[in-house]
Write a protein that binds this ligand. Structure first.
Ligand code: HEC
Length: 94
């Protein structure tokens, strides 16, 4: 399963934005929707208010679910959530 995720993310690096978005969504729907829906990301009391905090949350949850994501994989999911739900832009170095 880890191999599959690595392949999905590897594919993302070379894919168009539309494709990357659908892959991130698929991964998110598979591993991240078990406990909460996306309403958590837009609630008034949300934890993540900036990109770094959001990335730390993504890292925290992928580790909790034992997905063992690489930095690249964490960045990709963070970018997707940041753009789609948080309205945060990626800092210059990502
Ligand atoms: C085992 C249950 C569970 C799974 C699986 C899970 N989460 Fe969560 N997640 C939570 C809970 C509970 C919170 C709220 C924590 C809080 O309010 O302190 C949360 C909060 C978050 C937040 C912060 C939301 C905010 O307030 O800004 C993010 C981002 C997040 N999760 C991303 C993910 C991602 C990405 C995955 C998939 C890799 C994932 N979660 C999988 C339970 C889970």
């Amino acid at each position: 399963m880890k191999y599959l995720i690595a392949m999905l993310f590897f594919g993302l690096a070379f894919a168009s934005n539309a494709f990357a978005e659908s892959q991130a969504k698929t991964i998110h729907d598979t591993y991240c929707i078990m406990c909460h829906g996306t309403e958590l990301y837009t609630r008034e009391s949300r934890i993540a208010r900036d990109y770094e905090t959001l990335r730390a949350q993504v890292d925290r949850w992928q580790a909790n679910v034992a997905l063992n994501w690489s930095n690249t994989e964490i960045d990709m999911m963070t970018n997707w959530l940041a753009e789609r739900y948080y309205g945060l832009s990626c800092p210059a170095d990502c």
